[in-house]
Write a protein that binds this ligand. Structure first.
Ligand code: PMP
Length: 449
């Protein structure tokens, strides 16, 4: 807020100066225009300080480590032990090649598309969601450019600035950023094995309602949760905990944003049904994406919710990007209607299971005396905790990066976390896992002793 104040007054002074110098002119009801002659008289005016200007926008920058990760991921030879993305060889490249060829005779893929997204895709998703127990008509679905966009749209289109978002602690790092940059206040709730700690959640809701909190007590209380194969912990909210959460939501009047990015990526047995499937009253907004199980590059996700919410967010989306790529939407519609999705998931699960088991075996071999972890039943992640204290995960991250091994330190997901790293078995090959984990254990041991 301070920087916005400074910006505004700087801008006003600058406008005054430019007006005085004859560079701009004001017109009644018509805004401000640069005047032609002014440019000549100020031909040698100083350039703006772009480095300073680049710090001034209201959106938060990524943490330096995330910026480093985003760059390093594309470095040749890097071993990506933390990447939450399918390895390219696990993606359905051939199927999409075929689908794109069948699309070439159609023209819809080159047009703008209706605000909520391709009707063919929404119809296909409506059917697909039924297999997850969710009844969603096409008009209650919004197609988004990756589910991250749904988080942004909700943050700016549904939640008043300054209102509180309750969420698991730790949580997905870009969700945290989206909420924070939109001026929302985060309220982290501890997790336990079965999922969110409901006692803590109830206490936080109570504090919000009673206005004891500095946050605006009138605001729309929203809980953001990743119940199935949570990012970064890999844990699953039990069926019982989901039931209890839904009754707490009914009792306390909170709404829920369910992030189901990993719902279908079960390896041993399916997780409990999504919260949205248990939602009789329309309290739950539900986000899904093709990014984790199919392809992040398609940038294709969806939001399911009450029609007024979907329409409002569709309207903002039109103003933001005029719609998700029509080509991606048309291809995704065929992906679902022609049965590719089911075939792909059946092939993918054993491959991911193999990678998970291999990584667990290596962890057991190298890390058994310095760390602990749970066996994930799906998703991509192993949330590894170093039991030998003290070990700086900050130093661990930098030293590994120097040795061309990328890990995700736990403090990216919870600023106060000092003992975890997030590992992923979805991206690295078995050979890379072996080499990468050997580097990791060597660096870790050198930091412990
Ligand atoms: N939610 C969660 C929990 C995620 O892990 C991710 C991707 N890492 C996303 C949302 C965003 O995915 P996308 O925008 O690619 O759909």
């Amino acid at each position: 807020a301070t920087s916005m104040g400074v910006n505004r007054s700087t801008l006003v002074t600058a406008l005054d100066n430019l007006t005085a110098a004859g560079m701009i002119e004001g017109r009644h009801g018509g805004g401000t225009y640069v005047s032609g002659s002014g440019w000549h008289s100020m031909a040698h005016a100083a350039l703006p300080n772009w480095s300073e200007a680049a710090q001034e926008g209201w959106y938060y920058p990524n943490l330096p480590e995330i910026q480093q990760i985003n760059q390093a991921e594309f470095r040749p030879g890097i071993i990506r032990l933390g990447t939450g993305e399918l390895a390219p060889e696990l993606m359905p490249n051939e199927a999409f090649n075929k689908i794109l060829q069948t699309l070439s005779s159609q023209t819809r893929m080159l047009n703008y598309i209706e605000p909520q997204g391709s009707l063919a895709l929404r119809e296909a998703l409506s059917i697909h969601l039924q297999s997850n127990g969710i009844q969603a008509s096409p008009d209650s679905i919004l197609i988004v450019s990756g589910s991250l966009q749904a988080l942004h749209l909700i943050s700016v289109g549904l939640l008043p600035r300054g209102s509180a978002v309750l969420l698991e602690k730790p949580s997905y790092l870009y969700s945290i950023h989206a909420f924070q940059s939109a001026g929302l206040k985060l309220n982290g709730i501890a997790m336990e094995e079965e999922g969110l700690h409901l006692g803590h959640l109830e206490h936080a809701i109570h504090t919000l309602h009673s206005g004891n909190d500095e946050n605006n007590s009138e605001s729309f209380p929203l809980l953001y949760t990743i119940p199935s194969f949570h990012n970064p912990t890999g844990s699953v909210m039990s069926c019982r905990r989901r039931d209890e959460l839904m009754s707490l939501a009914r009792k306390s009047g909170i709404s829920i944003l369910e992030d189901a990015a990993y719902q279908e990526l079960w390896l041993d047995h399916p997780p409990p049904l999504p919260l949205k499937a248990m939602d009789q009253e329309g309290r739950v907004l539900h986000m899904g994406t093709l990014s984790k199980a199919v392809s992040p590059g398609l940038r294709l996700g969806w939001l399911v919710g009450p029609v007024p919410v979907i329409r409002r967010l569709a309207d903002i989306k039109m103003q933001t990007d005029y719609g998700t790529s029509s080509l991606a939407q048309e291809a995704a519609a065929v992906w679902f209607t022609d049965g590719h999705h089911t075939t792909h998931m059946e092939r993918l699960r054993p491959e991911l299971r193999k990678r998970r088991d291999f990584m667990l075996e290596l962890l057991h071999r190298y890390f058994h005396d310095i760390a602990e972890w749970a066996t994930p039943e799906g998703g991509f992640y192993i949330w590894l905790r170093f039991t030998a204290e003290p070990l700086s995960t900050r130093k661990l991250f930098s030293a590994c990066l120097e040795a061309d091994v990328l890990i995700h330190p736990g403090y990216l997901y919870d600023r106060l976390d000092a003992s975890h790293i997030r590992l992923s078995y979805a991206y690295a090959s078995q050979d890379e896992m072996e080499r990468g984990l050997m580097v990791l254990v060597e660096v870790a041991r050198s930091l412990i002793t």
